[in-house]
Design a protein around this ligand. Structure first.
Ligand code: BT5
Length: 329
């Protein structure tokens, strides 16, 4: 109902719409309309009441709601349906629930806040209210499950490109799932899959980006490694514009990969954006440390490390965490 009211007010951005017209059109009482208008105001919509003329929408808040993200979104699949939560445990968990109920590919779950945001291997992802992009995208690619790690790389390229295009900031990718800005983590990506031996049922790509947090907003545990776009750009960034751009770029890379089976161009861009290649890295694999030079990424998205003895070791997605020897990256 609230979305419908906003839509009508947006369509009539120059002419006030009376409560009577809204109630007639939406087939609810004028009191119900008034209640919804008040709720919308609480959510940050600036709605003016002009005596005996009606309601006029003056300003919209930077929320990740479906009506706001979908207006101006030119994708064909991603974001056809967007479900937005003010507060939720984890957008990935919600997307998986919908996937099991048979939702179509392209569903996007967004949230203003996550109370149990997830990283890899049960780690936490801190997702404070209204300041980041916390979203998950449901995909149902018709490809073999062994190809799934490529989606993290593909999403990382799409997000890094989108950040650069939208803000002009220079970001890099740290294998496999971090986007780095000024040597700190500005974004993490969590890809989860449900598959049988030979086919993928669904993939959920979860993207968490620190957008408008100020330095003091990060808790003690992450403040040495986390950074937001705002901290570097020094001005507020529209989460709506960035979200739309990510969905647009992600769809482009996704279709290129699944329809044209072209991963090599994505890999090329990934390598150009990487901050690991030809650098010394430390990999923690099953509790053991491997040090060496990150030499390359394979066609399957695995990291190739040359160890001290000159032997090439292939590290697969999910097995390791990579740390620069002297720094976070
Ligand atoms: C990741 O895991 O980087 C994947 C994060 C994915 C988050 C998105 S948000 C939308 C969707 N819904 C979810 O529930 N998750 C996805 P990993 O590489 O394991 O990194 C986790 C580590 O990053 C933590 O252990 C912290 O050290 C650090 N961290 C936590 N919150 C952070 C933040 N907001 N910014 C930067 N670093 C953070």
């Amino acid at each position: 109902m609230k979305d419908k009211i906003i839509q009508i007010l947006k369509e009539n951005s120059k002419n006030p719409v009376s409560g009577e017209k809204l109630s007639e059109y939406l087939k609810v009482s004028r009191t119900a309309i008034w209640k919804h208008i008040n709720q919308l105001r609480q959510e940050g919509y600036e709605i003016e009441s002009l005596p005996s003329r009606g309601y006029l929408l003056k300003n919209t808040p930077d929320v990740l709601s479906s009506i706001e993200i979908q207006s101006g979104l030119k994708t064909h699949i991603l974001g056809n349906k967007i479900i937005h939560f003010d507060s939720i445990d984890s957008t990935n968990e919600k997307a998986k629930e919908y996937a099991l109920q048979g939702e179509k590919e392209g569903l996007v779950i967004t949230a203003e806040e996550q109370t149990k945001g997830k990283g890899r291997k049960g780690r936490d992802w801190i997702s404070s209210k209204g300041s980041g992009i916390w979203m998950s995208i449901l995909l149902r690619p018709d490809i073999a499950p062994c190809q799934a790690p490529k989606f993290t790389l593909l999403a990382a390229v799409a997000v890094a490109k989108s950040i650069q295009e939208e803000t002009g900031l220079l970001v890099h990718i740290k294998w496999p799932n971090d986007i780095i800005l000024n040597k700190k983590k500005v974004c993490g990506i969590l890809t989860e899959m449900n598959a049988e031996l030979d086919r993928i049922n669904y993939i959920v790509v979860g993207i968490g980006i620190n957008v408008n947090q100020q330095e003091n907003d990060f808790s003690e545990e992450i403040k040495n490694k986390a950074i937001s776009l705002f901290e570097v750009k020094k001005s507020k960034i529209s989460r709506q514009n960035l979200t739309r751009r990510i969905l647009t770029n992600l769809e482009k890379y996704y279709l290129n990969f699944v329809k044209k089976e072209d991963f090599s161009s994505i890999l090329k861009e990934w390598k150009e954006l990487s901050c690991n290649l030809e650098k010394e890295v430390k990999v923690v694999l099953n509790g053991k440390e491997i040090q060496g030079i990150a030499k390359d990424i394979t066609e399957d998205g695995a990291l190739l490390i040359e160890n001290r003895e000159g032997k090439l070791i292939e590290i697969c997605y999910g097995d390791v965490s990579v740390r620069g020897i002297y720094d976070y990256i």
